[in-house]
Each structure stands twice: as structure tokens, then as C-alpha cells.
Ligand binder design. Structure first.
Ligand code: AMP
Length: 285
């Protein structure tokens, strides 16, 4: 497995793969890899001849400098884990390699997709930062297929829009959310939860489980479902930034769950902000 830091070396290595007709997969990450990331890498390794795992803590998608500074980083462990899961290249460019002097281009997805949910709390420029770095990674790696996690549901929708709008020749594969044994969605930020926070964080999955239960029992009124989730969170002492029931394709708020929907939660827990979501199908008649 190669650890590559420059775009030039990456291109040279991938040119050889392509000469052999190999299929190239890309798994973009910000490192501090856990089983959620590894599930994406394993899926890519099963589908592709070469798997590039990018590890880059992208400054342009952080709205809070303290959050960027505190973001966990552990390159040696990441390289070992990525290799064990089937990566063939870990691409870990420095900030200067990604954004050299004079860098002046931003990919902006306008409108509701980037202004709602995380965009409403963190600002739409969070997703502009994501869209810009993902576009650059696609241009650098030119993957046949790129893997993203459902855990970041809005990011998946935004990247889907980006790929469609710019006719980017890449297939997207969205992989299911990987959870700890007690249900907490895996996240690089979980390492910053202390024992008390860790218990409180279970409120998110408990809220989503409560939503599943009432929906299965026939509830389709989105405000009732959202209220059940909120009550569960507050019961754990968690005050959410939002609890939203939205159309899974457009992220538009739903009043009734009469189509494929996402129930999304974001909440501050201790020193971190966690997000989680589930996709729900409407009950048949
Ligand atoms: P990050 O390093 O947090 O930017 O995540 C890199 C990729 O891994 C994104 O596509 C995430 O959605 C995905 N990911 C993060 N956590 C999980 C998880 N618990 N299950 C599945 N995918 C995940």
C-alpha cells in the first residue's frame, strides 16, 4: 500500500492502474478512521482494483476554528487500518497541496439543499467547502466510483446534486450507517465524549428508535413523529439543534411521511456536536 502526499505522485500511480484497465474506487475521509469508514473501504475493495482512501481534514468545511483545531488526527493508525481494510493508496495531502497560494475557486450549491439542516446551523459554506474538496478529489483521482456514508445524509444528497449538475463521470455508492453495539452511530468525534456524554449521546439513537416504533404503529404525521423524537432526547438531557422529518431526495420538510423520508437529528453533546439519521419508507395502504 502506498502513502501519497502529492497530486503528481497520485496521478502517476493511478495512471499505471488505468493502463491495466483497473477500476478505481475513492473513499473520501477526514481520518481518525473507525469501523464506519472501514465498511466503505471494504466495500470499495470488493468492487474495485485500486482503492484510494483520502485522509484530509478540510479546513474550508469547518465554520468553527476551535472545532478544526480539536478534530482528532492519527495518521499512523489510519494508514494501518486503511491497509487492513483493503486500501491500495492512502492519499493524505497537506493543506498547501490542496489549496496552494492563489487558490480562488469555490463550488457552490445554491438553495435549500445547502441552507437547511446542517446548512442552517453551520452555514451553507460548510457544504460549499465539502463540494469544493470533493470536486477536487474527483478531479485528482478520477474514480470510477466513490463511496459515502448514509450517516452524513445531507452530504450524500449534496454530492449527488454536484455530480448530476456538473456531469461528473463518477458513480456514487451510499453505504449504511455503522453503529456501536449499543446503537451510537460511529463518528471520529466520539473519542471526545467523556463517560457522561457517551451515555447522553445514546439519546440520538433512542430518539430515532422511538420514531421507528411510532411510524411502524401507523403514525404518519411528521410533527407527531418529531415531537416523539424530541421528547426522547430531552428525557436524556439532550437539547437538539434540530429534529427534522424531510423528503429523502429533496430534503424539503414533510408534514406527512407519505414518501421516502429522512429523520435527522443534530445535537450538542459535551464538547462535540453529533448528527444521526434514519431513512424511513412510507407505510403501505
Ligand atoms: P468523515 O471522515 O467523517 O468525513 O467521513 C468520511 C466518510 O465516512 C463519509 O462518507 C461519512 O459519511 C462516512 N462515515 C462516517 N461515519 C460513518 C458511519 N458510522 N457509518 C458509515 N459511514 C460513515
Amino acid at each position: 500500500m502506498d502513502v501519497i502526499r502529492s497530486v503528481g505522485a497520485l496521478r502517476a500511480t493511478l495512471a499505471e492502474v488505468r493502463r491495466g484497465g483497473g477500476r478505481v474506487g475513492l473513499v473520501p475521509t477526514m481520518g481518525c478512521l473507525h469501523d464506519g469508514h472501514l465498511s466503505l473501504i471494504r466495500r470499495a475493495a470488493a468492487d474495485c482494483d485500486a482503492v484510494v482512501v483520502s485522509v484530509f481534514v478540510n479546513p474550508t468545511q469547518f465554520n468553527d476554528p476551535a472545532d478544526l483545531a480539536a478534530y482528532p488526527r492519527d495518521e499512523d493508525t489510519d494508514v494501518a487500518l486503511a491497509s487492513g481494510a483493503g486500501a491500495t493508496i492512502v492519499f493524505t495531502p497537506g493543506v498547501d497541496e490542496m489549496y496552494p497560494n492563489g487558490f480562488a475557486t469555490t463550488v457552490r450549491i445554491t438553495g435549500a439543499l445547502t441552507e437547511t439542516l446542517e446548512g442552517a446551523v453551520r452555514g451553507p459554506d460548510h457544504f460549499w467547502g465539502v463540494a469544493t474538496v470533493v470536486t477536487k478529489l474527483f478531479a485528482m483521482v478520477q474514480p470510477d466510483v466513490a463511496y459515502f456514508g448514509q450517516k452524513d445524509a445531507q452530504q450524500c444528497v449534496v454530492v449527488g446534486r454536484l455530480v448530476a449538475d456538473l456531469n461528473l463521470p463518477v458513480e456514487l455508492v451510499i453505504c449504511p450507517t455503522v453503529r456501536e453495539a449499543d446503537g451510537l452511530a460511529m463518528s471520529s468525534r466520539n473519542v471526545r465524549l467523556d463517560e457522561h456524554d457517551r451515555k447522553q449521546a445514546l439519546g440520538l439513537v433512542e430518539g430515532l428508535d422511538a420514531a421507528t416504533t411510532v411510524i411502524r404503529a401507523g403514525e404518519a404525521d411528521a410533527s407527531v413523529v418529531a415531537a416523539v423524537v424530541t421528547k426522547t432526547l430531552l428525557g436524556r438531557g439532550v437539547d437538539p439543534d434540530y429534529v427534522a422529518v424531510v423528503d429523502a431526495e429533496t430534503l424539503a420538510p414533510l408534514s406527512r411521511i407519505d414518501r421516502r423520508a429522512i429523520i435527522a437529528i443534530a445535537a450538542p453533546i459535551g464538547r462535540v456536536r453529533l448528527i444521526d439519521n434514519i431513512v424511513v419508507e412510507p407505510l403501505g395502504d
